[in-house]
Design a protein. Structure first.
Length: 457
């Protein structure tokens, strides 16, 4: 096979300086692929576009799923003036200029649709500048963002916009887009490029739901492909292997996906599902997450969700953190896998978290009573004269090794914060605690330490 040059690869009709993704951008809903829940036959956004009744909206979704494309479809379909505005290159001055023109148009009965790409990049003051014009109908705002608008868009502005959630494209969606690019004159239609379906699917998997990524990868593969026996350009497995080196996982260490995936890891371990837990662990590590962050979350999990049901969990989680600290990636991946599997299969108890929550609630909501006199230290004569330490019983001096005195403030006497789960090792804790409470509250005369439960038998 003869290797094609880059210029030969793009010599067909419709080719040019624009990237393939830009050339193949859908012009109307008939060319739009994906987001059937919004623009399918019964999709609410489709109906709004076809009726030209567009409300102010936020289009939220990962990169390359059609946010800007939908805005262009609106631009082609609406009878309003369409203004494309970038949050990256524009500031409040440009906003005010556009708003003034839009207000003048409103007075003449004209509508203005303002598309703001990457609206999350605007600060609060810039977003506030839109608010009065959205309220009075001077503009119809369409904002696009990859970040959760609950956190990145002002609540006042968000409340006046309809939020549409766009999803990552499926493999079938991406394959459909690439097939069109191979046959459409705007793409490589004039070249007659050959690319097997299984290779298109590999590109789709690599693209991870991102149409721009898929078309960019296809474009690079075509630019570097050879000519087959029939004289047509042909993308082969070898060509694709040179282009696709490593799958780009959608994982933003500072964005919402970071919190989504650590939540998935935590909940999978809590549900005793090691397979799911290790998958989410791999997603984080392969996406570039700091292993120490994951190890810290495991230490928290060991106390919050396992607790005294398996006290060794906390020791092992701490050991995993030390392994990550000393080794780093990729060597520590196996240590994180070990602790994630261990925590997934450990008996579960959230008694430690619930114990603290109950105590913290009383500490915050009830009057801060003084420490009972009997358990205060009395290092000075004055303190002794004021009865500090009076009535204190040193537990080690008793036959039972436990005193019947109360250590809580009077208003909280008898309060129960710790409620053992009775699972795993905590079953022993529960039996011991029951024996202590029964003796202390006079329900039995049998010393707690003499019971089999207290002795751990």
């Amino acid at each position: 096979m003869r290797q094609m040059t880059l210029m030969e690869g793009f010599a067909g009709e419709g080719a040019g300086a624009q990237p393939l993704a830009s050339r193949m951008r859908p012009r109307d809903l008939s060319e739009f692929v994906g987001q059937s829940h919004l623009v399918g036959e019964d999709g609410i956004l489709r109906q709004m576009i076809e009726r030209d009744q567009i409300p102010s909206m936020i289009l939220w979704g990962p990169p390359g799923v059609g946010k800007t494309t939908l805005a262009n479809v609106v631009a082609n379909a609406t009878k309003a003036e369409f203004v494309n505005f970038s949050a990256v290159t524009s500031g409040i001055k440009e906003i005010k200029e556009i708003m003034a023109r839009a207000e003048s148009g409103r007075r003449l009965g004209l509508r203005t649709v303002l598309f703001v790409d990457e609206i999350h990049r605007f600060n609060k003051a810039q977003q506030d500048a839109f608010l009065p014009y959205v309220e009075q109908g001077s503009i119809i705002l369409i904002g696009a963002t990859t970040e959760n608008p609950s956190f990145e868009v002002n609540s006042a502005l968000l409340s006046r916009c309809k939020v549409f959630v766009l999803k990552g494209l499926s493999e079938d969606d991406l394959v459909q887009l690439m097939r069109r690019a191979l046959t459409d004159k705007r793409g490589f239609g004039a070249l007659g490029v050959s690319c097997a379906d299984d290779l298109l699917r590999k590109i789709a998997i690599f693209a991870n739901g991102d149409a721009r990524n898929a078309l960019g990868t296809l474009e690079t593969a075509v630019a570097n492909c050879g000519v087959g026996a029939d004289g047509r350009p042909e993308v082969t497995e070898k060509t694709l292997a040179q282009v696709v080196s490593r799958k780009a996982l959608m994982y933003d260490k500072n964005g919402e996906e970071h919190y989504n995936i650590i939540s998935a890891l935590h909940k999978s371990m809590r549900n005793s599902d090691p397979d799911a837990a290790v998958y989410w662990l791999a997603r984080m590590l392969e996406g570039g997450e700091d292993p120490l962050y994951i190890a810290r979350r495991c230490i928290r999990f060991a106390a919050e969700d396992v607790g005294l049901a398996d006290p060794n969990a906390l020791l092992l989680a701490d050991a995993a953190w030390n392994a990550c600290h000393n080794l780093g990636v990729p060597e520590c991946n196996v240590h994180l896998t070990e602790i994630v599997v261990y925590l997934s299969l450990a008996p579960k108890s959230n008694a430690m978290e619930q114990t603290y929550v109950r105590a913290a609630r009383d500490a915050q909501e009830r009057m801060a009573e003084p420490v009972p006199l009997n358990i205060r230290n009395a290092p000075t004569r004055l303190m002794k004269e004021l009865d500090y330490g009076k009535g204190y019983t040193y537990a080690h001096d008793t036959d039972e090794k436990i005193a019947r005195m109360s250590c809580l403030p009077e208003s909280l006497a008898g309060r129960r914060y710790y409620t053992p789960s009775g699972l795993g090792r905590e079953a022993n804790m529960k039996a011991r605690l029951d024996a202590v409470r029964d003796w202390r509250e006079g329900r039995t005369d049998v010393p707690p330490f003499s019971t089999p439960a207290y002795r751990g038998r």
